[in-house]
Design a protein around this ligand. Structure first.
Ligand SMILES: NC(=O)c1ccc[n+]([C@@H]2O[C@H](COP(=O)([O-])OP(=O)(O)OC[C@H]3O[C@@H](n4cnc5c(N)ncnc54)[C@H](OP(=O)(O)O)[C@@H]3O)[C@@H](O)[C@H]2O)c1
Length: 330
């Protein structure tokens, strides 16, 4: 029997308004891309989610294809909802997405109305909920008219199956068009989910100013560069790390000497600030007004504790920022 910590809302400063919407999100949100599938330990996954909620992390991010196998992260999370969170649905922000390959044939991928609405129904069934809080288009579709894809998102809201909509992996031009279409449909875009970290800064130049000006929130995914922006690899590649055991998206050859040289220097600045490297990497993103929340992953509850500690120091002296710039440019 799980009783959430009574202290979980003791720090209201850890919530930030998402763009110009009425919705507040925690500064740290938890994604269930890795370590929450049918092939992973359910008890460990459950311990991570419980720890997050105990710390006031109310936002959990999923997608139709998270697993492996695809769909199983939503099933595992649905199991937790039915057991641990049955009385807490109204305290949770659940997001899911459709856009990547999910089922065989021409209707299980990309951005058609047919795919998006069928996928949302499947996600609701897997999680055992009547609605999700945020439904995203997971990636742009070069072949489907954007009007159709955005129309499907708006339909998801009108049908009551989603409260808000978002887009992910859209570039600046695609985002500008999507925001206009969604506004015209009466379902303004709540949030954009781009990949963004100290090691991958593509959204900085154009996307962030656009989102800020349009009043749309931003939730960077992989803010720790899948673990590279932590102390995980300072003493080799641990067998239980992502690079050590799951070669799908982070392989040992990505943990290069050049990356380690930079992250060790960043770690020194973090220590001087009284933070871990993970905490500083998150604070560096949250230091920007355009960023609403950071979307982390975790393989153990202690990582949630560490990341949640980032909010204790989000300010940077100009000298610190300059030093970080120098390291990142080297
Ligand atoms: N929209 C999209 O296309 C898209 C794409 C990718 C991800 N996402 C979303 O973003 C979420 C996060 O992505 P991500 O998992 O790549 O994010 P990340 O936060 O960059 O990396 C998470 C990994 O970093 C390590 N880690 C986390 N906290 C740590 C700490 N305090 N100390 C040491 N190591 C730590 C863990 O690696 P170990 O496993 O090695 O312990 C963890 O699995 C996903 O779950 C998903 O919801 C969205």
């Amino acid at each position: 029997m799980y009783l959430p910590a009574a202290s979980r809302y003791s720090n209201p400063a850890i919530y930030r308004r998402c763009g110009r919407s009425g919705l507040k999100l925690p500064l740290i949100s938890l994604g269930l891309w890795h370590n929450f599938g049918g092939a992973d330990s359910y008890e460990n996954a459950r311990a991570i989610v419980r720890r997050a909620f105990d710390l006031g992390i109310t936002h959990f991010d999923l997608a139709n294809n998270y697993g492996p196998p695809p769909g199983s992260a939503e099933e595992s999370f649905g199991r937790m909802l039915r057991t641990d969170f049955v009385h807490h649905r109204d305290e949770l922000i659940l997001s899911t997405k459709a856009g990547y390959d999910m089922w065989p044939g021409p209707y299980g991928d990309f951005g058609s109305r047919k795919y998006l609405l069928a996928s949302l129904d499947q996600s609701l069934r897997r999680m055992g909920v009547d609605y999700v809080d945020i439904f995203y288009h997971h990636r742009p579709d070069p072949d489907t008219p954007l009007e159709e894809t955005m129309g499907a998102l708006a339909q998801a809201v009108r049908s009551g199956k989603a409260l808000y909509v978002g887009i992910s992996n859209y570039d600046h031009a695609q985002t500008a068009r999507a925001l206009t279409l969604l506004r015209d449909l009466g379902t303004p875009c709540l949030i954009h989910q781009p990949r963004f970290s100290m090691l991958d800064r593509w959204p900085e130049a154009d996307l962030l100013p656009l989102l800020e000006q349009a009043g749309v929130g931003c939730i960077p995914f992989s803010p720790l560069a899948k673990g590279l922006l932590t102390n995980r690899y300072f003493n080799g590649i641990p067998a239980d790390s992502r690079a050590g055991h799951d070669p799908r998206f982070l392989r040992p050859e990505h943990v290069t000497d050049a990356v380690l040289a930079r992250t060790r220097q960043l770690d020194e600045i973090a220590r001087a600030r009284g933070q871990t490297l993970a905490q500083m990497a998150l604070a560096w993103l949250l230091n920007r007004p355009a960023v609403t929340s950071t979307l982390i992953g975790a393989s153990k509850p202690s990582q949630i504790d560490d990341c949640a500690g980032a909010v204790a120091n989000l300010q940077f002296a100009s000298g610190e920022l300059a030093e970080i710039e120098q390291i990142l440019a080297s």
